[in-house]
Design a binder for this molecule. Structure first.
Ligand SMILES: [Zn+2]
Length: 344
């Protein structure tokens, strides 16, 4: 895999520049097997505060549910190619609060989302202006737990303008903010994101700075922000590094996410990281904080998260319908037996 080209198509959300990371990120113990170690986390529950389910399959939903993921947050981001008009944004935001939420519920996972104009598309100013007009129509909807993911990509003037404008929207709506930090010049971009949020008078405890690494975490925590860590193969954090971060900084205000999307990513990053933490002797209460509780605490400030809804699992009825549609196609039976050879 080589994502280190200079193509405009590179995903600014979750791919990173700079060669050679892939080799460093290879696990030391390549014999570790998820199927063997998932036993270590049996009974644990997880909350993934950053995952793009629109890009994922029903198999992913089933595997996530089976691994203990009970709730998630899907931030609005970009499609991998530029949208050509406002209605494309509208339909996307609408799908996050409607169909995707319903689809998730059909697999027993509570779905929340954050709504925002992503940094990459902030650079199309005529369109960005129109998007700003419709954001309030979605920000006040049920189950929207923040403004996100917003922030910097290339750190342009337009990105800054719409980041600032959306911080103001977050203040008005009394919603937490989910900040995407840039891959290029990350340290500087992260500092700038925090300084601007403070300048707008946001309480750092309401701002989740995402995609941290060893270089940024200390400053983020010291300034009172939440620190999100994305476990994403080859490009961001590996989970062995994540274990070390938690050993060093403890669990307060740290949360782990997968940021799984349409790139090569892993929707089980959270349970896998929890299993690794367990194996490495990290106590259960610490694991729970960074893979479940802290995310609920941070995004729960929106007033939109009721833990009792998912704490003991959602009731699943895959024959339910939304606007007359079900996830079952023509006579399908609910939930397939994944380990069966026969496909009936
Ligand atoms: Zn994302």
């Amino acid at each position: 895999m080589n994502q280190n080209n200079n193509s405009d198509e590179r995903n600014p959300s979750h791919f990173e520049e700079g060669g050679g990371l892939a080799a460093q990120e290879m696990p030391e113990h390549s014999d570790l097997n998820w199927e063997e170690y998932r036993e270590a986390i049996r009974g644990m529950r997880f909350f993934d505060p950053h995952i793009h389910m629109t890009s994922r399959t029903t198999d992913d939903y089933q595997a996530m549910f089976d691994a203990g993921i009970v709730a998630l947050i899907e931030p609005a981001f970009w499609l991998g190619q530029p949208r050509t008009g406002l209605s494309s944004f509208k339909d996307y935001y609408s799908s996050l609060v409607n169909w995707e939420r319903f689809r998730s519920s059909q697999f027993g996972i509570k779905h929340y989302c954050t709504i925002g104009l992503n940094s990459r598309e902030a650079n199309n100013e005529p369109l960005a202006e129109q998007v700003m007009e419709i954001l309030p129509l979605f920000l006040y909807k049920e189950g929207v737990v923040g403004v996100g993911e917003i922030g910097f990509d290339d750190q342009t003037a337009a990105e800054e303008k719409y980041y600032r404008a959306q911080l103001e929207l977050a203040k008005q709506a009394k919603l937490p903010v989910q900040v995407h930090t840039p891959h290029r010049d990350k340290k500087n971009g992260t500092e700038r994101s925090m300084a601007i949020a403070l300048e707008h008078g946001l309480d750092p405890a309401w701002v989740i700075i995402d995609h941290n690494n060893e270089e940024t975490v200390e400053s983020v925590l010291d300034q009172g922000f939440y620190a999100g860590f994305t476990i994403y193969p080859f490009t961001k954090m590996g989970n062995e590094r994540m274990v070390k971060v938690v050993e060093r900084y403890g669990p307060e205000r740290i949360m782990v996410n997968s940021a799984a999307d349409w790139g090569i990513s892993d929707p089980l990053a959270l349970p896998k990281t929890a299993a690794l933490m367990k194996m490495r002797g990290i106590p259960d209460d610490v694991i729970k904080k960074v893979t479940y509780q802290n995310a609920i605490e941070a995004f729960g400030q929106s007033g939109q998260i009721d833990e009792s809804v998912f704490a003991n699992g959602l009731a699943i009825d895959q024959s339910q319908k939304m606007n007359g549609n079900t996830i079952l196609r023509g006579g399908q039976q609910p939930r397939i037996a994944k380990d069966s050879l026969l496909i009936k």
